[in-house]
Design a protein around this ligand. Sequence first.
Ligand SMILES: Nc1ncnc2c1ncn2[C@@H]1O[C@H](COP(=O)(O)OP(=O)(O)OP(=O)(O)O)[C@@H](O)[C@H]1O
Ligand SMILES: Nc1ccn([C@H]2C[C@H](O)[C@@H](COP(=O)(O)O)O2)c(=O)n1
Ligand SMILES: [Mg+2]
Length: 261
Amino acid sequence: MWRRVALFSPMMKKSSSSRSLTLNQKGFGLKVGESFATEIINPEEGVSPPKEKAPFITFVLGGPGSGKGTQCERIVETFGLTHLSAGDLLRREIAFNTKNGAMILNLIKEGKIVPSEVTVKLIQKELESSDSRKFLIDGFPRTEENRVAFERIIRADPDVVLFFDCPEEEMVKRVLNRNQGRVDDNITTMKKRLKIFEALNRPVIDYYENKGKLYTINAVGTVDDIFQQVLPIFSSFEQLKECRHVNPKSPLGSSLVENSS
Ligand SMILES: Nc1ncnc2c1ncn2[C@@H]1O[C@H](COP(=O)(O)OP(=O)(O)OP(=O)(O)O)[C@@H](O)[C@H]1O
Ligand SMILES: Nc1ccn([C@H]2C[C@H](O)[C@@H](COP(=O)(O)O)O2)c(=O)n1
Ligand SMILES: [Mg+2]
């Protein structure tokens, strides 16, 4: 685990990456001169500080009911990423009746997309208040506008983009059987959500495919079958091997190093 240490001097050379500056210092609530590092560093001794690592970010995409939330739970259990569901953050605004709550409710009932500024600010708050260094951002970006707003406000790019590819009739079946009391789990809203997914989310999927960041997963089958496709994607990233939440039942089991610090 990364330890927070105070640097001896705030004169320490800043990383040239705006991504790591934004997220490590402002984003993670660090004061000037504070950073993530593995040891105490005295720049006056001429030792160059270790390069700051930006947090590991995964975007989780897929149509309504494709199983994003379900697979995120499995990923969290196995790899210890912090799960941020854009839909859950928006529903929390409705539940707490915040100034945007009524507007969000109306859009969600219609299967429409909430203005990016609102959603990205909610995600930003979560990123900034978390001590985690690895995030699963579920149901985001839903549109090109979402994607561009994230880049502008958070100044970060995802390391991995998962796309759960599921046929429409399967998604409809799952949503209508979900039984969680969601206002958008009805056939009328579902039809609108599917149209919006095709029109607005596809371009985002294509964008990450062209960037070589997209991992497409066949989202038909049992939850376990689908997770078997997800496992090797995350297993290949060094940053995720230091896992704090090892699930003893996980297929990776003890091959993940439990973090004791
Ligand atoms: N592989 C699967 N087979 C059958 N049912 C599944 C599978 N994965 C998830 N489900 C069920 O389908 C429903 C939708 O799954 P989930 O909530 O994970 O989808 P989602 O992609 O997060 O949807 P949304 O975008 O609407 O939030 C849930 O009731 C879930 O239990
Ligand atoms: N980036 C996002 C994510 C979600 N919403 C709205 C519109 C969705 O239909 C609804 C539910 O999201 P889900 O739980 O299915 O991920 O929330 C949005 O406007 N922008
Ligand atoms: Mg979901």
